[in-house]
Design a protein around this ligand. Structure first.
Ligand code: ZN
Length: 196
């Protein structure tokens, strides 16, 4: 097992779609273990294979807190089979060191994938939990989509990127998500009302 270099925003692999894994071979298992090693070394909660320059449909997640035992989760050839609701997610990414911004996400997702042994499983994550949001973030990486493509406030996101010496937003990659955006605006209004 070894720690790999995590690519930074601006590097090509991050925008390339990843290919399906046909067989969970020894080589794939090594990649999975390296992803876990690298994620833990960087104190991340998730890492996708394209972030280390390997464009395979694989990501790993661990949302356990410091007080809990490690809980590595491996997703090979994941498919999001259900999604609903909306939430505002304050996100960062190991490919965007120290930069954080609010993005639109679904609140509930159901994902089907294979584990490190090639066994298929289905997992449901609800209510905008870290796991629910993280699954969407990592899944996006496999399609060359980045969290900033779901941004809620372009000014905030631009400011944050420049503050951390990262390239600017790629405007042509911004996702048009009118239904999610409408839900998010409702959530933002509710937040303001609470404060008043
Ligand atoms: Zn990421």
């Amino acid at each position: 097992m070894s720690i790999r270099k995590v690519l930074r925003y601006g590097e090509k692999s991050l925008r390339e779609p990843s290919k399906e894994v046909h067989k969970v071979s020894q080589k794939i298992k090594v990649l999975v273990d390296d992803l876990l090693d690298t994620m833990y070394a960087q104190n991340g909660v998730g890492l996708a294979a394209p972030q280390v320059g390997e464009n395979y449909r694989i990501f790993v997640i661990d949302v356990s807190t410091n007080e809990e035992p490690l809980n590595p989760m491996v997703f090979i050839n994941p498919k999001i089979i259900k999604k609903s609701g909306a939430c505002i997610s304050h996100e960062g990414c190991l490919s965007f060191p120290e930069a954080f911004t609010d993005v639109r996400r679904y609140a509930n997702v159901m994902v089907k994938a294979m584990d490190r042994n090639g066994r298929s499983f289905v997992l449901e994550a609800k209510d905008g939990t870290l796991l629910a949001r993280c699954i969407q973030h990592e899944f996006d990486h496999l399609n060359g989509v980045l969290f900033i493509d779901h941004l809620i406030n372009r000014f905030d996101a631009e400011t944050e990127l420049s503050k951390h010496d990262l390239p600017p937003i790629e405007v042509d990659k911004l996702l048009d998500e009118p239904e999610l955006q409408a839900e998010v605006e409702k959530l933002l209004e509710a937040k303001v009302e609470k404060k008043e």
